[in-house]
Design a protein around this ligand. Structure first.
Ligand code: SF4
Ligand code: SF4
Length: 238
């Protein structure tokens, strides 16, 4: 079941942490030489499934990435702890106890299945990016916990690190997605959308019943492909 462990994936980010990071995380591209291969697979599935509309479904592209699980590196955990502790004195003057409530979700029914298929490639930037946490996120928690110290807030966040995470990715990147509750994630994580996700949202906005075909490219090969719809994922080939 190549997609089974990620069906409940909920770890996407939906806004760029920065222009440079967005450029890195952007998942929408058209790999040379693979478009015709995906078109052929799409047409074959349309015939096999007696679903002629599938042949005209829009295509989005994702990049493959490794999915090996590993225990969090102690140095990475220590680095995140030091980073979060240091945020206490880096609080900008404008920052207040906000950020506890996720921004209104501009998403679509295609978000979860597309990000499940992707397995959170954008979250790979959350390791060096320290999950994009900012002072106001911890302050929001402290405002709801009178008497708690900054270090308590830091320990609260670190408590969401699982026994295993996606090797080389954010410490909160678990097998089934982000281990942080949505209200504990950074604004960046709650609002980031890669280009492929934006394209899928555009399709869904025009027709909520519409599907897209997502191809995953790796090293000049079409690794996987699936129909992404409000009903979930349907692989185009084993
Ligand atoms: S599809 Fe885009 S937004 Fe969703 S997890 Fe993948 S890179 Fe992130
Ligand atoms: S905290 Fe990490 S795993 Fe969770 S959404 Fe943000 S980058 Fe992804």
């Amino acid at each position: 079941m190549p997609f089974g462990n990620w069906q409940d994936y909920d770890g996407r980010m939906t806004r760029p942490p920065s222009t440079s990071a967005r450029a890195k995380a952007s998942a929408a591209f058209t790999p040379l030489g693979l478009a015709s291969e995906l078109d052929a697979a799409k047409a074959a599935a349309a015939r096999a499934w007696n679903a002629p509309a599938l042949a005209a479904a829009p295509v989005v592209w994702l990049r493959d990435h490794a999915a090996e699980m590993a225990p969090p590196d102690a140095a990475d955990v220590a680095g995140l702890r030091a980073f979060l502790l240091a945020l206490e004195v880096e609080t900008p003057a404008t920052a207040g106890p906000s950020g506890a409530t996720p921004a209104e979700d501009p998403g679509s029914a295609l978000d979860a299945p597309l990000c499940a298929l992707c397995r959170g490639r954008c979250c790979r930037f959350g390791l060096d990016g320290r999950a994009f946490l900012e002072p106001q996120h911890l302050r929001a928690w402290l405002a709801r916990h009178p008497g708690a110290a900054w270090v308590d807030a830091v320990d609260h966040w670190l408590g969401f690190i699982g026994a295993q995470h996606l090797r080389g990715s954010c410490l909160f990147h678990g097998r089934a997605g982000c281990t942080l509750p949505r209200e504990r994630r950074s604004d960046v994580c709650n609002q980031f959308a890669c280009d492929a996700l934006e394209q899928a949202r555009d399709v869904a906005a025009a027709d909520p019943r519409a599907a897209v075909v997502a191809g995953i490219a790796a090293a000049h090969a079409l690794r996987r492909a699936a129909v992404v719809s409000a009903e979930g994922l349907r692989p185009l080939f084993p």
